[in-house]
Design a protein around this ligand. Structure first.
Ligand code: 5GP
Ligand code: MN
Length: 345
């Protein structure tokens, strides 16, 4: 199942984890999403159950709608808990990076990751990985890192350490990275892994509710405002864009995670195959891209917004101001007209 992963990696992991009492630190990417948090906590719980001391170190905080896990794994937020993080990093025997393909994606933790001198293992499903770890598990066919974590731990004989709490976290990763099983679900393995996780009695209705029915009123109003006032649709280019200024975020009491998913809405419009969301941040504009079919959002993000990601879900940033960024984006759409019109969905 893990087609790109050599036996030396499984051998390393099995041998390294054979003795209990090792200190393992697990790192998700900056602005961690459901898959990053779910994979990190799920894997941490499994390794903890096997007798290791495991900590999750996140570059920055993650949204409240991901803060209900049954697992009691210790999580430190590097941005505001430097001392605790440093202590963990100094004591760690192994670092496992999850759900990112380049140390840069860990942003403020990048330096610490690169400087970490003990073994580093990467488990990820994004295309075009940078080999910044000693051992790289890069499997782009997987829907999510969480699905991949399940197969990886099974491969090294650790499935016996799965429990309810680990299953709940891994399920969350799969659920969120597939948009509630609406994309990246063409491989039967996704459902096979889900079926295995279900055996631990996880409450999938509750998980769905915790994640998707847990928004603040401000977030819902911001979404309504964006769709009504800020969405521009270009049917002749099969594209749409939404932009949000800092002032607008403040007006709606923005909290991290509030704009999660906004970029997907325009793709529900008939015949739209490419959607972009630009958000004004301190000193830069954050870009999110979503596409359907074979239009490569990741190549678009890489070529024009210093980013990357998956074919249908990518992101990047712009150092120009918001107005200029949108102007540039619209010019790019015209350049991509042919490819947009030719996109097969
Ligand atoms: P989102 O739009 O949800 O922030 O990100 C969607 C996907 O795009 C992520 O899973 C990640 O793969 C990728 N991505 C987002 N932002 C960046 C970025 O700044 N650089 C790169 N290389 N990838 C990004
Ligand atoms: Mn992922």
């Amino acid at each position: 199942m893990l087609e790109n992963t050599g036996n030396e990696i499984f051998n390393f992991a099995s041998e390294f984890l054979a003795d209990a009492g090792k200190n393992v630190v697990i790192v998700p990417h900056e602005n961690p999403d459901g898959d990053a948090v779910g994979s990190a906590i799920g894997l941490a719980q499994i390794l903890k159950n096997s007798g290791q001391n495991v900590y999750v170190l996140s570059p920055n905080d993650y949204p409240d709608f991901l803060k209900w896990f049954s697992s009691e794994i210790e999580v430190a937020i590097f941005e505001r808990e430097r001392k605790r993080a440093k202590k963990w990093l100094e004591a760690a025997d192994l670092m496992i990076c999850v759900d990112f393909n380049d140390a840069k994606r860990a942003a403020r933790l990048e330096k610490e990751i690169l400087a970490f001198s003990k073994p580093k293992l990467l488990i990820d499903h994004h295309p075009n990985p940078v080999y910044f770890c000693d051992y790289t598990v890069s499997e782009t066919a997987y829907s999510s890192t969480a699905e991949l974590v399940y197969d990886f731990i099974t491969q090294i004989g650790f499935e016996k350490y799965l429990d309810h709490n680990a299953a709940e976290a891994l399920y969350t990763g799969i659920l969120t990275d597939t948009g509630s099983f609406s994309h990246n679900t063409s491989r039967p393995n996704v459902f096979k892994v889900v079926a295995e996780l279900m055996k631990f009695g996880i409450n999938t209705d509750k998980i769905q509710s915790n994640i998707y029915h847990n928004f603040s009123a401000g977030r819902m109003k911001l979404l309504g405002y964006c769709l009504n006032k800020k969405m521009e649709v270009f049917p002749e280019l099969r594209s749409a864009v939404i932009s949000i200024t800092k002032a607008e975020l403040e007006k709606f009491n923005f909290k991290p995670g509030d704009t999660e998913g906004f970029v997907n809405y325009p793709l529900s419009i008939n015949n739209i195959v490419f959607s972009a969301l630009f958000i004004e941040k301190e000193g830069l504009v954050k870009a999110s891209f979503r596409s359907k079919g074979n239009f490569p959002a990741n190549a678009f993000a890489k070529n024009h917004f210093n980013g990357g990601g998956h074919v249908n879900a990518a992101g990047g940033e712009s150092k120009e101001d918001l107005k200029k960024t949108i102007r540039l984006f619209k010019q790019l759409l015209v350049q991509y007209k042919h490819q947009l019109l030719e996109t097969i969905i």
